[in-house]
Design a protein around this ligand. Sequence first.
Ligand SMILES: C[S@@+](CC[C@H](N)C(=O)[O-])C[C@H]1O[C@@H](n2cnc3c(N)ncnc32)[C@H](O)[C@@H]1O
Length: 349
Amino acid sequence: MTAAADARRTVITTIFGTMATQALGAAARLGLADHIGDTEAGTADLAAACGVPAEQLSRLLRTLASLGLCTERTPDRFALTEAGALLRRDHPESLLDFTQLMTHEVFQRNWVNLDQSLRDGEPAFDTEYGEPVFTYMSGRPDLAALFHRAMSRRHLHPEMAEAISAAYDLSRFGTVADIGGGDGTMLAALLERHPHLTGTVFDTEAGVARARETIASSTLDNRCTAVAGDFFTEVPKGADLYLVKNVVLNWDDEHAARILRCCRAAMPEHGRLLIVEAVLPDTAGTLNHAAFENPYLTDLHMLVTIGGRNRTRAEHTALCAQAGLRVTGSVPLAQEINASVIEAVPDTA
Ligand SMILES: C[S@@+](CC[C@H](N)C(=O)[O-])C[C@H]1O[C@@H](n2cnc3c(N)ncnc32)[C@H](O)[C@@H]1O
């Protein structure tokens, strides 16, 4: 292919990206992958199961086949590919909840208003819905439940726990507080790997309600507690290790520094803080293309949804300094995860 054809393809594929996203979202909302199941299924049966006329469903199925999510070897009979199987609810690595969340109208609409956020730097979400996203979700339990399920499936927490443990020595700590720890699945995965640890999940009332269920359904109830509160005001005191995973990126510098300051105020002098999230390269030219997620897209997603941002190592260091914390190191996790473990200690200088 010529360079000119490549150039056209790059632009046209990007234009069509939003259509692929919507096709994927519709399939996820219909539960199509669960209906297709392990073998092949015919369009008529799938249409009956999904409650959509066969004529339209066949158009969606062929689109999904063109995107590599299913195959059509015999006319009107579809089987899932390995990628399509990730949209099944019972898949151990299911991305169904994450797909439903990211393609949800409430989140997609903010992208339509990207131009506005680019102009004023404010989250389009707040203008569209009249309140910040976490406040909005706190009044909508179904959406909040979807959000927390999606967050715990976006990264496979057992794999994440393994990657963090490989990158950072947890053997010297006794207690861990997971700040903004959501439904507790990340902390549970860490405690399962490290029997000497005890831990606390700290989150909003909605997050903690789910964390209590996670703890109750595990064998960790004597080593794990869940505490509700507001991380802009105060976080549980005295843990050896404060884990702040995929939280700092949700906020602008002022709010992010407030969270880190609360952690600094709560931690003992020997305490450590770990920020675990994507670290932007200094220039886009050195982006890790092996990663599942493009951190520049999540950066814009933070802008339109909540007013947060992804940061470079230097920006994380400056943010920690504002909160009385000194960054001592940053270790990238597995290439495809696209997150690093940034360690910070109380700055006593
Ligand atoms: C992007 S999620 C990350 C969840 C989890 N740490 C993970 O990595 O999957 C951000 C978390 O911050 C929590 N959160 C938002 N505002 C909060 C507040 N004011 N106080 C405590 N937690 C809050 C949310 O409920 C949510 O669980």
